[in-house]
Design a protein around this ligand. Sequence first.
Ligand SMILES: NC(=O)c1ccc[n+]([C@@H]2O[C@H](COP(=O)([O-])OP(=O)(O)OC[C@H]3O[C@@H](n4cnc5c(N)ncnc54)[C@H](O)[C@@H]3O)[C@@H](O)[C@H]2O)c1
Length: 667
Amino acid sequence: MISFADEIKQGIPSELPALKAWDPSINHAPKRKEILSPAEKQLAIANALRYFPKEQHAVLAAEFAKELHTYGRIYMYRFMPEHPIFARAITEYPGKSEQAKAIMLMIQNNLDHRVAQHPHELITYGGNGAVFQNWIQYRLVMQYLSEMTDEQTLVMYSGHPMGLFPSHPNAPRVVVTNGMMIPNYSKPDDWEKFNALGVTQYGQMTAGSYMYIGPQGIVHGTTITVLNAVRRLAKTRDDIKGKLFLTAGLGGMSGAQPKAGNIAGVISVTAEVNPKAAHTRHEQGWVDEIISDLDELVTRVKKAQASKEVVSIAYLGNVVDVWEKFDQTGVHVDLGSDQTSLHNPWAGGYYPAGLSFDEANDMMANEPEKFKTYVQESLRRHAAAVNKHTARGTYFFDYGNAFLLESSRAGGEVMAENHIDFKYPSYIQDILGPMCFDFGFGPFRWVCASGKPEDLEKTDAIACKVLETMMAKSPAEIQQQMADNIQWIKGAQENKLVVGSQARILYADAEGRMRIAAAFNEAIANGEIGPVILGRDHHDVSGTDSPYRETSNIYDGSRFTADMAIQNVIGDSFRGATWVSIHNGGGVGWGEVINGGFGMLLDGSEQAQRNLTSMLHWDVNNGIARRNWARNENAIFAIKRAMEAEPLLKVTLPHLVEDQLLDGLFD
Ligand SMILES: NC(=O)c1ccc[n+]([C@@H]2O[C@H](COP(=O)([O-])OP(=O)(O)OC[C@H]3O[C@@H](n4cnc5c(N)ncnc54)[C@H](O)[C@@H]3O)[C@@H](O)[C@H]2O)c1
């Protein structure tokens, strides 16, 4: 059998490998809807055959046509590698560039069967968040990375490696773009078509940028969100007990909700229609109990409320039924949200009430127009049921999955009286925006490239020490955030959050990120730990322009612009990032958001120290500067503080206008 290193170096095999058997034990992507005309289908096959020599075309043309017909996409299953895919220690990757090896490690983590949602279709999370479009792209990219030097940059066009281009050692080793389109051709159906043609892909946020670290990534953000949402309702830890949180989704990201509910100290009910997803989360210990009968659920929840338990319950079924049942049976919901994949409503992201899971899968592939009407009807019912609860005091927030957007488009009653805003806030408007992003706190993360759990433990301790030192001198405005983050990092080992690579997420501000990274680099130089890969979620202070999510608390009209995300990735790329990425679509859907991110290898060198200081400072302060210009009070405070700390930073500050000056100006 071919060794791991040899198979990586081989790239596209000269002989056709044997056909692979379909593995029913794997969670596969649903069939994508038929969208191509016969001529476009021919183009899709010709596009796919570009990777292969002519003598293989006849066999592969028939095979790819069958894949296109059966799955709606050409995944090139035959070319799945022999080696198991998971993040190995960096020393195990063949190659000439340590930075390229770090990227291989991260790519493999994104496709690890324990981590990825549909690993055989190269989907990491969110139903359609792709690392590559097909297995040949995986093979080619790994080969390029194994042969490139630090004098080259690999250029990635939506999963397709355009090739290696000469650059220089401090340039990014890889530059990724995903789903970038001419704006007028960036609607969901365009995406389906161009993706089926094999010329673009939906990279989500951290899928196509190789920075996904499993559900841990979102557990922290979800914990902060749920915790602060509960704090709006209850002042003390004792008041929190017995509060009920109702939501949906136990998938890639949404699976974090029950764990966050437990950490926040509430009762949570998370509905999930896909039995495989629910059982996976249960087996992984992310949710305590599974119930599939609605009456049993009501009894169980009432008992938990009476005894003020901290428990997470998965309901195997549709969330709309739960909202309606709780209304009919008088179960009081304190906190409500939703994390079905409504960024992808017509192709498996949202399962409508009234259809079984299998019926829905069948209809979305074979009768897509009818399926759409079912989804819209379900969203109207969903919104109506939520409205009944909120009328009785439930605090409902949109959790960044486009629930309010799609419900409004479906005619659900979710608009505010001004017919412009939604009647419920997004979690960014009420919670993460003002409390975290405006101060620069965001989802900083790192991966220990040695693959050793003891390295992760050491980095946790280093990060905790840095935060404790900083907290002693932090202003009152950010004491709560610092305390929450210290509590998180102290409990991180105990909460057993690692799935896949030895990774950690920690919300930190610009100063915190720079100081933690510098302390890691020093520990690497001293030989205490192996190399560390830094990164972050795109869902952050500066990386993402998304008017209904990350930038929904920008009120100067600029939330529909995307200068910040574009500036961010350009700025990161010349300040020392090891790789950068910029995506059209992610989280809330194609055409709805522009988001970017980076990865950076720390190897203990002085160059790494210079890079981390320069790049992390920009990577956070860019967004704070923009939020400050939008007149966000906490961002004005934060950017003034940043300017005091760094004399080379000089940001334009806004003058605030008295409201009464504007009153009546245009009456
Ligand atoms: N708030 C955030 O920070 C944040 C971060 C990342 C992603 N998101 C968004 O959250 C959404 C979920 O992401 P994910 O990665 O978990 O997606 P996912 O597709 O892996 O999971 C969604 C789950 O919801 C289930 N589901 C769909 N309709 C349902 C219904 N009516 N009732 C019960 N269950 C239903 C699906 O079976 C699926 O398992 C996406 O839209 C994503 O973009 C939000």
